[in-house]
Design a protein around this ligand. Sequence first.
Ligand code: MN
Length: 228
Amino acid sequence: MSHYAIPAPRVVELPVAGNDAVFPVRRVYCIGRNYAAHAIEMGHDPNREPPFFFQKNPDNLDPSGEFPYPAHSSDVHHEVEVAVMLKSGGTNISVDDALNHVYGYALSLDMTRRDLQGEQKKMGRPWEIGKAFERSAPVGPIHPVSEVGHLDNGSITLKIDGELKQEGDLNQMIWKVPEMISYLSEYFELAAGDVILSGTPSGVGPVERGQTMEMACEGLGAMTVKVV
Ligand code: MN
């Protein structure tokens, strides 16, 4: 056993539905503009260009059901997404083999300080300050593939205080889950504990303190997250 010079960082653990085991997180990848209608609403061409990814930090994932409104922004947006949890990884994973590496799926939110992200985009700078902030990825319980199978279609929605804001279908993803895994594995070494946020349908917009976000997806149930 190593003798740490400082207190060891905690392993981020996420709950698994119907199981007392927890899922330990290694890395978090997020795909950008993976639904055509969302690419259009953000002012981009929805044609199938190569996918692009950014990262959040493992401890940005938060299963608590509360989202603290972050500092330094007055335009924080919701992006409801399906999170894909890997049980194994590797490099140069084929599309045909990719789903064999998936442990399960969960509802998640890619919360975004849109004003800060916009400033960074304008200057051609990285997005971290807009994307990878504390508790920026609320996440629901993980549903194992052994229970729910693989999710490649079905409605995904987000309501705020009961009002429908985002609505799409998983079959509208430009890059499907196996393709995302395969593509990422060409550029990174994937491993057990990696999480991939698979993009958001159209209808993104601001949240305010006191509001309740309700996300739902066929096969994953629903989860509410309160903005505090
Ligand atoms: Mn997103």
